[in-house]
Design a protein around this ligand. Structure first.
Ligand code: PMV
Length: 340
């Protein structure tokens, strides 16, 4: 179902860009784009506006280099859209299909029937296992549309458009460190991300895939339940984020791995604590997740500087320095290290 408040954002953006209508601009035969996956070091958890994906807090992420999604969009000569994910045609009654088609519908701000599209996406990360596949998926789709229709939108607007698909997609338009400001406007026009100029070439992220199964509860639903029923969330999460944001920014400026790792790890554990305190409890960790956490803490005691973060899934992302890559591989043989 098309959401009018989302369409008002589209209308505003295209008016500011002096273009009439997203699908009226002269189109290429197809548009194609890549967007990286991103991992939050200070998490986004909870929406102050559910329709517009406006977060309660700011968040800060690091992008995953060449790991992400590539999307190609073209006109489909049919009465319905077709969606292909990793060479598999997605069923029209699936949640994935409906979410994508609903997203395309919000760009149709006239009363005319919009063109039907073929959306082909390939990812090189596991889908829906808490590895931000929806973030890079929606970011790649927005960039592919921008490419096909020559919108030439400012990245700030592309970030807002991506946010409407999936909150964390707002951060997947850049490499490196990215900051998403929650904004103040009730219409969400100042809730967008931007790149932080600092670089940290020695910083490594390792993906520790413990399960590729689809998550038991979507992040959207889990956020709603946490916000409405978790006292830990209601009484502490915003303050936690403000505090952690200060620490992470200092850690990035000083390239202080201990400060970055400890803060990111504590932020992720605190986010999961707010979920455990929801009624009923939400727990994304499996026993493999908890075992891996203990291994990491043990390695740290032995002097290896390794930290973790965890999103809405059982997998962990390890944070360490490039010089320790071999030790990390020795302890986690299946790890996928992101290279920049
Ligand atoms: O963008 P969503 O709705 O998939 O939410 C992402 C939430 C986390 O990954 C857990 C945190 C974050 O900031 O990416």
């Amino acid at each position: 179902m098309v959401n009018n408040r989302q369409q008002q954002i589209i209308q505003k953006i295209f008016k500011l860009n002096n273009s009439e209508h997203p699908f009226q601009c002269g189109a290429n035969l197809y548009g194609q784009a890549f967007a990286p996956s991103n991992i939050a070091l200070v998490k986004y958890w909870g929406k102050s506006d559910i329709d517009l994906n406006i977060p309660y807090t700011d968040s800060l992420s690091i992008s995953l280099g060449d790991l992400g999604a590539t999307t190609k969009i073209s006109i489909e000569n049919d009465i319905q859209d077709s969606v292909i994910l990793n060479n598999n045609k997605i069923a029209e009654n699936s949640e994935f299909y409906k979410r994508l088609v609903n997203y395309l519908d919000i760009f149709n701000i006239t009363s005319e029937i919009r063109p039907r599209f073929k959306v082909e996406t390939t990812t090189n990360i596991p889908v829906a296992a808490g590895l931000a596949s929806s973030a890079c998926g929606f970011a790649a789709l927005v960039l592919a549309l921008d490419n096909m229709y020559h919108w030439q939108l400012d990245k700030k607007y592309l970030s807002i458009l991506a946010r409407l698909g999936s909150g964390s997609a707002a951060r997947s338009l850049w490499q490196g460190f990215v900051y998403w400001q929650k904004g103040q406007d009730i219409d969400g026009m100042d809730s967008y991300a931007y790149k932080i100029s600092d670089i940290w070439p020695d910083l490594c992220i390792g993906l520790l895939i413990l399960s590729e199964q689809t998550k038991p509860i979507s992040s959207r639903e889990a956020m709603l339940k946490t916000v409405s029923s978790s006292i830990l969330y209601q009484k502490g999460w915003s303050e936690q984020v403000i505090n952690d944001m200060g620490l992470i920014n200092t850690a990035i400026k000083n390239q202080d791995l201990m400060m970055l790792g400890e803060t990111a790890e504590n932020n992720a554990l605190s986010m999961h604590a707010t979920m455990l305190a929801a009624k009923p409890a939400i727990c994304y960790s499996t026993h493999e997740t908890v075992d891996a956490m203990h291994t990491i803490w043990q390695l740290r005691k032995q002097g290896l500087q390794v930290y973790f973060t965890q999103d809405a899934g059982p997998n962990l992302k390890l944070i360490f320095s490039r010089k320790d890559s071999n030790s990390i591989i020795k302890n986690f043989s299946d790890i996928k290290i992101v290279t920049y």
